[in-house]
Design a protein around this ligand. Structure first.
Ligand code: SF4
Length: 755
């Protein structure tokens, strides 16, 4: 829950009242007679279930009419699904449907950009991109109120500032807005207090009449107390939850939820994890499960999530791991989507309650005397270290990353074993042990780790981070899975890849270097090797569609990579570059051939790792297409360590390009996917190929927005979504159809095939 007390204190010091009308073309059009005053629409989805009392009280105090969209209806799921082609989760699609239901009957829609409400955690990437997605999905939106809430900024932007910004938008005096904020804040705090003693629907009823009369106390003495762990916008939305809570109530169950626990209790539980979950709601769900699993008065735990939820692929894994491995509580995991059938749900709940019944033969929870405080557990206790202290290092593959460091470390005497290049075995191993809906890069990495551990590796080095996408938490879930499989190893996490100091320390530790200067030399040598690899790849992308002999470029590229790998000093890099240039110049090609130009954007692992994207670039090259990547490893590194002095910061450049479509980064490469696509379109490219893993949250935001970029610039965008079921044949067919389409669009003759 947000620290509103803190906000009250801050209010007076940091008010910065600027008017931000975000969505170009969205303007307040008068729908009501001026006398009635403006009407603000609030979509009944996602964070509505958290902050509704604050916003409705605030607007009410200012005399602004609030119109909340009607409760979610299952009959509209199909329409909600039709709003975008992207595989967004159902809660987000339903949210967009709520916007659709409001947009023609209100003057404004409240769509705050909620990035983070506490410094240590983000909201879901899809919530970060929600306002931008709504702006790009709907063409004729009324005025939008889009204040930003971001507690992670050096100068945090909180709810107070957001209210002031919105309040001034309606020409209210500062004192009046301050009063409205105080009243709204009290309402929100009261709501959060109520949550500690009653379920959310009851706690919310004073501010939302659709919940009033929904008496949650069952007519008869409840037999069980069950913790329902789920996001409030799913569990308390009777359509999205398929009325689960009422079903449980009818079965004599009293429900407790994460919202029923004070923040301190959840924070205390979160500390027990080796690394904090860096998603606000995800963190609370896991903490609540860890708390309730130790409570004797709780008879069972039901975990509820939405199919395709990126976050829950990890938080579910944590909840399931702790509840099933560290408690005896009956546990039921329910994954909901638009296809969930009530009959199936009823059966599963009944079976679960039978299990609870058997487990609680000692009588209902209220008669049980709490014997002893449950033994606290700590995830840190279960780390089995390898017997030999000697380091035998491995690092999972990602594209040509290994060419940067492997030989360098070997030359420095590091015992390093790289797993085999990503292959079918790695994918199968990773898929077998990874959580459902985990993204493909996670599975590839995990498979690589298992292969390397089977080859005797003792130390795994895995880059990390703090969100908002899942990458930063890969190593935690991977370590949990590998330890569960009985492997003994040390997991090294580079959790702050943005920090040059952290990276230098990591190189120093791995290579056993004595001085910081030595670490600098080694680290920047690795960076320049990777920059040379990308330089060679760019030449190959230019040459492949013009080559006269099939695969000549691939063979040349293979030799070039070898030459780069053999460099051992800085000056070798110049010689290597000359050799690479000569090798490519020697490939017979037709420079005058006109080729198609396609931009490749998307999630970095999917763009860089040929095995994962099924050699999309080579396939397009053979179809006579010159590909240009929007994401390069050396650019990613240069944006952080500035070693390519004449190369501008690609992230900042992409953010400027993306501005008309995307204002707030959603993590991962979402900014580059949109910004670079706009850049390619402005340069007259023939098409864009967007690569992403199934359920990738930032790229789902980008995919939703790219539909608008495609319409505005009349540039075809092909999104390829990969998981372990994707087939090379399917990819080939889609690429051929895409190339045919852009060829026709360019008016090129059919027989044009490159060879
Ligand atoms: S991906 Fe998960 S966390 Fe994100 S909005 Fe969807 S359901 Fe919520």
């Amino acid at each position: 829950m947000v620290d509103l007390e803190g906000e009250l204190v801050a209010t007076h010091s940091s008010i910065d009242l600027h008017n931000r009308d975000d969505c170009s073309g969205a303007r307040a059009t008068r729908r009501q007679s001026p006398a009635d005053g403006p009407v603000v629409g609030i979509p009944r989805g996602l964070l509505y279930f958290r902050y509704q009392p604050l916003w409705t009280t605030f607007f009410a105090y200012l005399g602004i009419t609030v119109q909340v969209s009607q409760p979610t209806e299952r009959s509209r799921f199909e329409y909600a699904q039709s709003l975008t082609r992207s595989d967004l989760c159902l809660p987000v699609k339903v949210f967009l449907d709520h916007v659709a239901r409001l947009k023609d009957s209100v003057d404004y829609i409240l769509l705050p950009r909620v990035i983070s409400v506490s410094p240590e955690a983000y909201m879901c990437p899809k919530i970060l991109g929600l306002t931008d997605m709504a702006c790009n999905v709907f063409l004729n939106l009324p005025g939008l109120l889009t204040p930003r809430i971001n507690a992670k900024l050096p100068k945090p932007e909180g709810f107070a500032q957001a209210c002031f910004e919105v309040g001034r938008h309606f020409n209210n005096s500062q004192s009046r807005v301050e009063k409205a904020w105080e009243v709204a804040q009290k309402a929100q705090i009261e709501f959060e207090q109520r949550l500690l003693s009653s379920p959310l629907d009851e706690a919310l009823s004073p501010w939302d009449e659709t919940f009033s009369g929904q008496d949650s106390t069952p007519a008869f003495q409840p037999r069980y107390r069950v913790a329902v762990i789920g996001r409030p916008y799913i569990t308390f939305d009777s359509a999205l939850s398929h009325d689960l809570l009422h079903l449980l109530k009818r079965q004599g169950v009293q429900i407790v939820t994460p919202e029923s626990l004070p923040r301190e209790v959840k924070d205390k539980e979160s500390q027990k994890l080796s690394k904090q979950v860096y998603w606000q709601m995800g963190k609370e769900l896991v903490a609540a499960a860890m708390h309730y699993m130790q409570c004797p008065e709780v008879d069972g735990i039901i975990n509820v999530s939405s199919f395709g939820c990126g976050q829950d692929s990890f938080t579910n894994a944590l909840v399931e791991y702790y509840v099933t491995k560290h408690s005896q509580k009956p546990y039921l995991n329910l994954v909901m989507d638009e296809h969930t059938a009530d009959a199936g749900l009823n059966t599963r709940v009944e079976a679960f309650l039978d299990m609870v019944d058997q487990r609680t033969k000692i009588g209902p929870f209220w008669t049980r005397v709490i014997e002893e405080e449950a033994k606290p557990f700590s995830s840190k206790k279960f780390v089995k270290q390898p017997r030999s202290p000697e380091m035998h290092l491995t690092i999972p593959h990602m594209g040509h990353l290994h060419i940067g460091f492997e030989q360098v470390f070997k030359n420095l005497g590091v015992h390093i074993t790289m797993p085999p290049r990503p292959n079918k075995e790695a994918l199968m191993l990773g898929t077998r042990y990874a959580p459902e809906c985990a993204c493909l890069p996670f599975k590839m990495n995990l498979g690589n780790m298992i292969q390397a551990l089977n080859q005797g590796a003792t130390d795994i080095m895995m880059p990390g981070g703090f969100g908002p996408c899942r990458f930063g938490y890969y190593s935690v879930i991977q370590e949990q899975i590998l330890r569960d499989l009985g492997y003994e190893f040390r997991m090294g996490r580079a959790d702050d890849p943005d920090s040059l100091r952290d990276m230098l320390d990591m190189v120093k530790r791995i290579a056993g270097l004595r001085t910081k200067w030595d670490s600098y030399k080694v680290f920047f040598f690795i960076l320049y090797r990777l920059a040379l690899v990308d330089w060679a790849l760019r030449r190959a992308h230019w040459l492949r569609p013009r080559e006269l002999e099939r695969r000549a470029t691939d063979r040349a590229l293979g030799r070039c990579m070898q030459i780069i790998e053999e460099t051992s000093r800085f000056r070798d890099l110049w010689q290597a570059k000359r050799k690479v240039r000569k090798i490519f110049a020697a490939v017979a090609h037709d420079r005058s051939r006109s080729v198609l130009r396609v931009g490749i954007v998307g999630e970095i692992f999917m763009v860089l790792e040929n095995y994962a994207n099924m050699n999309v670039e080579e396939r397009l090259g053979e179809m006579g297409v010159e590909v240009h990547r929007g994401v390069w490893l050396s650019d990613w590194l240069n944006d952080r360590y500035r070693f390519k002095l004449f190369r501008r910061n690609q992230f900042k450049w992409a953010l400027r390009q993306a501005a008309p479509y995307l204002r707030e980064p959603s993590g991962g490469e979402s900014v580059k996917s949109v910004g670079k696509s706009v850049g390619f379109a402005r340069k007259g490219f023939d098409g864009i190929v967007h690569l992403m893993p199934f359920t990738c949250m930032p790229e789902l935001v980008a995919q939703t927005i790219l539909a608008k970029v495609s319409r505005d610039y009349h540039i075809p965008v092909l999104t390829l979504i990969f998981d372990e079921h994707t087939s090379p044949g399917g990819v080939q067919t889609r690429l051929e159809a895409f190339v045919d389409l852009i060829k026709r669009k360019r008016g090129l003759k059919e027989e044009y095939s490159g060879y």
